[in-house]
Write a protein that binds this ligand. Structure first.
Ligand code: LMR
Length: 333
């Protein structure tokens, strides 16, 4: 009875001032792991706060493109984002590019253990001085290469203009393959491919398919060469300024939305691959074991090149966790 009264009082107060608005901006489509998880968060946040908080979703760069959305969050024009961690370099936090090192993270389980562990926590701590607060990590599985010619071996990339996210590691990866990296906002990639401003790119399948990039790329190579990790972030002042009970209810909503996102990510990408194949618009090629090993060896030098930026200890820790995950999986068989 008393609790109900409190909620009513809380609700009354909130209604008097109007609900607390969270503008959640992101750059991908709704029918993607991130799009669906953002909507799940919206539903749960509104449910658990009894309507004291309203979440407004702005997908597909409706409000801001990659770089602008980070600035908009810092000045409080929006309250929540979930960018790929490959985009924190321009903020001056290059350590997140750890996740861009090709073939370093072999599976989603390792990614989750790394992000939920000390490495994930330490990286979030680096956002605090930028006025940002990390709430959770979501992942969107593996990236694949696409272009308008077959990409089966490192030398096939020579001279290609390849779109990348704003990451020095990804830039070095393309240069290591002899390609010309082009940093570009996600919302501009489809038309840049269509107009041949760039020749190719790398994406998780759910992004490739929902942005219709397969319609302007004749070849898709299943390379599993890297991962996309998202950091769900908020404006620190906004978050610390929330009523404590509302913040606790939002943290609960975020934890459940994160669980949901990780649950659906693999299926969303598998379904996207099936849809790309069914479209018949692009030739899908899976690297053989030997071809994958050749790609991995060609890109291995990047780990030594960036160990000072991403942390030698972090690299060792990830290799340890990946080994543990692998042996646990083998034992289960
Ligand atoms: C990209 O820019 O390719 C991705 O980070 C987009 C996204 O958020 O998945």
């Amino acid at each position: 009875m008393l609790a109900a009264l409190f909620i009513m009082a809380g609700a009354t107060v909130a209604h008097a001032d109007g609900p607390i608005i969270i503008k959640f901006s992101h750059v991908v489509a709704n029918d993607t792991p991130k799009g669906k998880a953002a909507d799940k968060f919206r539903q749960l946040a509104e449910k658990y706060t009894g309507g004291r908080v309203k979440v407004e979703l702005y997908p597909n760069s409706q409000l801001y493109k990659d770089r602008e959305e980070m600035e908009a969050l810092q000045r409080g024009a929006v309250q929540m984002l979930a960018p790929s961690v490959s985009k924190f370099g321009p903020l001056g936090v290059r350590e997140f590019e750890l996740f861009d090192l090709p073939y370093l993270l072999p599976d989603a389980e390792t990614v989750d253990r790394v992000t939920d562990g000390d490495i994930g926590r330490n990286l979030f701590a680096k956002l605090e001085p930028k006025g940002l607060k990390g709430l959770a990590y979501w992942d969107n599985g593996f990236k694949q290469f696409s272009a308008n010619r077959p990409l089966h071996k490192p030398e096939d990339f020579r001279g290609l203009k390849m779109r990348i996210q704003s990451s020095k590691v990804l830039e070095a990866m393309m240069r290591q393959l002899g390609a010309l990296p082009q940093v570009m906002a996600f919302s501009e990639v489809y038309s840049a491919l269509q107009q041949k401003v760039v020749d190719g790119t790398e994406n998780p399948l759910s992004n490739l398919y929902t942005q219709k990039m397969h319609e302007v790329q004749s070849h898709l190579t299943i390379s599993h060469h890297g991962v996309i990790v998202y950091a769900v972030i908020t404006n620190r002042k906004f978050w610390e300024g929330l009523p404590a009970d509302a913040r606790a209810q939002l943290e609960r909503a975020m934890a459940e939305a994160t669980h949901y996102e990780r649950d659906i990510a693999k299926k969303e990408n598998d379904d996207a691959l099936a849809a790309v194949k069914a479209s018949g618009k692009t030739e899908v090629y899976v690297l053989t074991g030997a071809e994958r090993e050749a790609m991995k060896q060609a890109l291995l030098p990047l780990q030594a090149k960036f160990e000072n930026v991403v942390g030698k200890d972090n690299l060792q820790e990830i290799t340890r966790i990946a080994g543990e995950t692998e042996s646990a999986r083998t034992k289960k068989k």
